[in-house]
Structure formats: C-alpha cells, structure tokens
Design a binder for this molecule. Structure first.
Ligand code: ZN
Ligand code: ZN
Length: 361
C-alpha cells in the first residue's frame, strides 16, 4: 500500500490546509478526464483520492498515524462515492457515475427449486427445468424493431452511445463523458417498435433448460448459473439462474456432511456370537460387514469412502454403521424357554413367566 503522505507529497505534520491544497493540485493533474490517453490515470487518481479521504478526516488520520490501515474498498465502494467527494470539493459532477446510469435493463434473476434423491445428490444428475422468464423476442430477433425494419444509428451520439460534454469547473474547461440520453447508451434507436415485445426485444415465456446438478450437492444447496436467467432488454446482459436443491429423505441413510450414517439392527445372539451382514451403500453394491463376537449396542464401524462424494472437490465421505441391539418383544414359547435357560446359565434374574391362560381341553 502506498504511503498516504508520500502520495500527496506532504510531510507527516502537514496542516489540513496543506493537505487540501496538495489534493487540489494532484486531482487536477491526475483526473482521468484530464488524461484521456493515459490508462493509468484512473488508478493514480484513485490513490490520490484515497490518501485525501483518510488524511482529511481527523479521526481517520489519527488512526492511520497510529499504524492502522484502510482498505480502498472501505473508503470507496464505487465510483459514485468518489464522485461525491469531488462534488463536495470542486462542485459539479465529474462523470464517474455514468457507468451506473440506467441503460437497457439487465435480465431478471430467476429462482427455481428441484428435488433429487440421495443417490442423485451424491453422484449428480442431469435435470430438465421449466420456468417462466423473459427470453429473446422471436418476432424481431431481440432488436426491438418491428419486423421488416431495423434499429437506426442514434442521431444524437452517432452510434457511440456516449456523449462528451464540455463543462466549466474549478479545474477549468473539462470534457466529461456521459451516456447518451437519446439511446441510453445503445448507439441505436428504434423508430417503429416491434408489436410483440413493444420494442423491448424480449417477451416472457415458459422456458426449458437442462442443467447438470453436480455430484455432492446437499439439501439446501443453491447453485448459481451465471447468465442463465431472463434475457436483458435490447442486448443488455442476462440475469442469473438460481437453483435451490432439495434432497428427499432416504430411509436407509442419514447424511451428516459428506458422511452417511446407517443403523444396523442385530439380534442378541448375533451381537454376542458375531455375524456377517450386508450393509446398504449409496453405490448400490452393498458392503459385507463382519460384526465381531461381543459387539456392544452403539458400536460404530467406519467404512471409508462409501459416503457422499465431496461437492466440487476430490474424495468422498465415509459410511458410518451404528450397531443397534434388536431386543425381541414377541418371543415364541420355544425362544422364551431357550432364553430362560440362557439366563440361568448366565446367572441373570429375569421376571418370572406370566401365567398363560390354560386353554380348556
Ligand atoms: Zn420483438
Ligand atoms: Zn445515442
């Protein structure tokens, strides 16, 4: 970052009047309108204006002297902010605002929502979207001119879209560039507007767009497709398309980031003696999981790289299998007898059997 005092060519103990005087002189020398052939003038001018912005404000200057720094973006968010300073200083606009003038209207942003399955979210899918948005008028091919006619070169600006205006300011007579008000910067005018679009070059209509949903999207992911929204007016840039993705719940998996969680229910004997079980995977092939003898309920097994692929990155999450002990609540008489023998062998004290009503013979 340049040193503000050096930029203005003043000493660190310069008075406010000296700073103001230095800025006037440098602003006159470096103003882009005064240096139309020098592409670096704008950057130099902004540096001068930034230095002045800080050093002319007692609080900012004190902070700067203490070693605090200011980012240019904090000072001027756009040229309009700079223009405001110059207006205060010299009076009159310096034409920095012309870029923000209302020219032909940019196309609108469009928001669309779609629902995908967990597999589709994991591996990506091509999806056809239907939405209503302005598109190019077919009758006039977007020119805005009635069929059989053409837009004409703007008589005011001769097709350049800009006007150079001579203005008398503190800095003397200066040429300022502004947008042509007749054609609003387009350089052409429509004499006979197209009846289909009333001269705007676009009509609102149902649109179909096929887009690729990338692998790894999550519920709530918002994808921005730059320039795929509504078309702009008379050649102005199009808007953006925002696609909100909903991922339908999947009974087999709970998604946590890029990991998938699956609960595997095992019986008491399986947990105690060990078992092999096929765990579902998002890939559809299943995973043969060895549950060792003596596995406790709540034990986790992590199966690497069987989760969801990471969105726009390499790698995948894991599949995490949690063991849940399936306690039977509907024992047959045979199973109950076996379980009571087991309890006796283990020294457990289950509640005594409930009396079963004896069926009359
Ligand atoms: Zn039209
Ligand atoms: Zn014009």
């Amino acid at each position: 970052m340049s040193e503000y005092y050096d930029t203005l060519g003043v000493s660190r103990d310069a008075s406010p009047e000296e700073i103001k005087k230095a800025f006037r002189t440098l602003a006159r020398q470096t103003h882009p309108d005064a240096n139309p052939d020098d592409p670096t003038a704008e950057a130099r001018f902004r540096a001068v204006a930034e230095a002045y912005e800080v050093l002319s404000d007692p609080d900012k200057r004190a902070a700067y002297d203490r070693g605090e720094h200011f980012a240019g973006a904090d000072l001027f968010t756009n040229f309009a902010g700079l223009d405001e300073i110059l207006q205060q200083f010299f009076g009159g606009s310096f034409g920095f605002g012309f870029r923000t003038n209302a020219g032909p209207q940019r196309g609108p942003d469009v928001a669309v929502a779609t629902e995908v399955t967990l597999e589709e979210a994991a591996f990506g899918i091509s999806r056809e979207l239907h939405f209503k948005a302005p598109h190019r008028c077919a009758a006039c091919s977007g020119s805005g001119a009635a069929p059989g006619t053409d837009p004409e070169t703007c008589p005011t600006c001769g097709g350049r879209g800009q006007m150079q205006v001579s203005r008398t300011t503190f800095l003397g007579s200066m040429m300022t560039v502004t947008e042509c008000s007749t054609c609003r910067g387009r350089g052409s005018v429509v004499r006979d507007p197209c009846p289909e679009c009333r001269g705007s070059g676009r009509v609102s209509a149902e649109q179909t767009l096929t887009i690729e949903i990338p692998a790894g999207v999550d519920d709530g992911t918002r994808l921005r497709l730059a320039g795929r929204g509504g078309v702009g007016e008379l050649g102005a840039p199009p808007g953006d398309l925002y696609l909100q993705v909903r991922v339908a719940p999947d009974p087999r998996f709970e998604r946590v980031g890029d990991d998938l969680h699956h609960t595997l229910r095992v019986g008491l004997a399986e947990a105690a003696l060990g078992t092999a079980s096929t765990v579902p995977t998002i890939d559809g092939d299943g995973f043969e999981l060895e549950v060792p003898a003596g596995t406790q309920s709540g034990t986790f097994f992590r199966i690497p790289r069987k989760g969801v692929p990471r969105l726009r990155r390499r790698g995948r999450g894991d599949l995490i299998v949690e063991i849940a002990l399936d306690v039977p609540s509907d024992l047959s008489a045979e199973a109950e007898t076996a379980l009571r023998s087991y309890a006796e062998a283990r020294g457990e004290s289950p509640s005594p059997p409930r009396r079963r009503r004896r069926r009359p013979r």
